[in-house]
Design a protein around this ligand. Structure first.
Ligand code: NAD
Length: 314
């Protein structure tokens, strides 16, 4: 009897890809991490460097460079190849270039016989994930965009900071586009089980808190980091590792990711960030939370933004 090894392929050895590989390796989430990049030398250098982590970790994770033919036995392929937005550009400005890159990656991977899960990180992530779903022909549960997973981590950080509590004690997420139009269903946000709306009402010292400003901060902070240090990588890398852990360990963890909607929240044929149950099947189920009429309208607006831009490539 052979015991299967968990193999993750990361396509794109840039800052996001190499940080993702580092996060997977240091947390010992899988047995093997393979890195592929159009710039073979970049992939080689990252693999050489990452291999040397192993001695001081609690698990011997194999780190290799590879080619698309090596994806046949991969459990998960993470797509991070792409062109990050330059100063003054939005994520949507990189659409056509990212779509061409995605096509050049997905086609040879599917030819290899790959039957695993795709996790799409490249921006604009909702549209590229939808495109990868169409190109791959894989079932919808196996194609996941990181969506608003990292935005939600940022949201929890800001809310935790406001009330001086651990962000992990905050139950909150943003939904919709991983971009300017994302929204937060504040009616569902709780801190230690208490509704945030009740906390604000009960505590006059928070009377000047503007919830819309917190969502604006979530949407802006990626660009603030970009301006200061030229890139964002650790937050997204850890987010991807968390998604992979939920799949490989069959966790049934609820994470807001970009998935195909087929009637949920009244929307069809669009990928956008919604809370889902993640396990070894990938997206097991969308959690159809009950939102207020105003929140549903905000989600609808975000979906229409994604839809409008999707027309450019699909
Ligand atoms: P980067 O420029 O550092 O790296 C991109 C890598 O992709 C490079 O190594 C490049 O050689 C490689 N590449 C380009 N074309 C390729 C192809 N056809 N095949 C294989 N490899 C190819 O960029 P980055 O900072 O790592 O960002 C990568 C992507 O991730 C961007 O699209 C960025 O917008 C996105 N991103 C998404 C999130 C999110 O929350 N979804 C967060 C941060 C970054």
């Amino acid at each position: 009897m052979t015991i299967n090894r968990n193999k993750i392929v990361v396509v794109g050895a840039g800052l996001v890809g190499s940080s993702t590989a580092f996060s997977l390796i240091t947390q010992g989430i899988c047995d093997e991490v393979m890195i592929i990049d159009i710039n073979k030398n970049k992939a080689k250098g990252e693999v050489m460097d990452l291999c040397h982590c192993v001695e001081y970790l609690n698990r011997n994770v194999k780190v290799t460079e590879g080619d698309y033919t090596d994806c046949a036995d991969a459990d998960i392929v993470v797509i991070t190849a792409g062109a990050p937005p330059k100063a003054g550009q939005s994520r949507l400005d990189t659409l056509e270039l990212s779509a061409n890159i995605a096509k050049s990656i997905v086609e040879p991977i599917m030819k290899s016989g790959f039957q695993g899960h795709f996790i799409v990180v490249s921006n604009p992530v909702d549209i590229i994930a939808h495109y990868v779903y169409k190109l791959s022909g894989l079932p919808k549960n196996q194609v996941i965009g990181t969506g608003t997973a990292m935005d939600s981590a940022r949201l929890k950080h800001f809310v935790g900071d406001l009330f001086h509590v651990d962000p992990r004690s905050v139950q909150a997420y943003t939904m919709g586009e991983h971009g300017d139009s994302q929204m937060c269903p504040w009616s569902l946000v709780t801190v230690g089980g208490k509704k945030i709306l009740d906390i604000l009402e009960d505590n006059p010292e928070f009377s000047d808190v503007n919830l819309d400003d917190i969502v604006k901060k979530v949407t802006r902070v990626g660009f603030d980091i970009l301006e200061i240090k030229g890139t964002t990588c650790y937050g997204i890398a850890t987010t991807v590792a968390g998604i992979i852990k939920a799949i490989l360990n069959d966790e049934n963890k609820i994470i807001p990711v970009s998935t195909l909607l087929e009637g949920e929240f009244g929307h069809y044929d669009v990928f956008c960030g919604v809370p889902v149950i993640l396990n070894r099947n990938g997206v097991q189920d969308v959690v159809e939370v009950h939102m207020t009429k105003e929140e549903l309208e905000k989600l609808g607006h975000s979906v229409s933004v994604i839809r409008e831009f999707s027309k450019k490539i699909m």
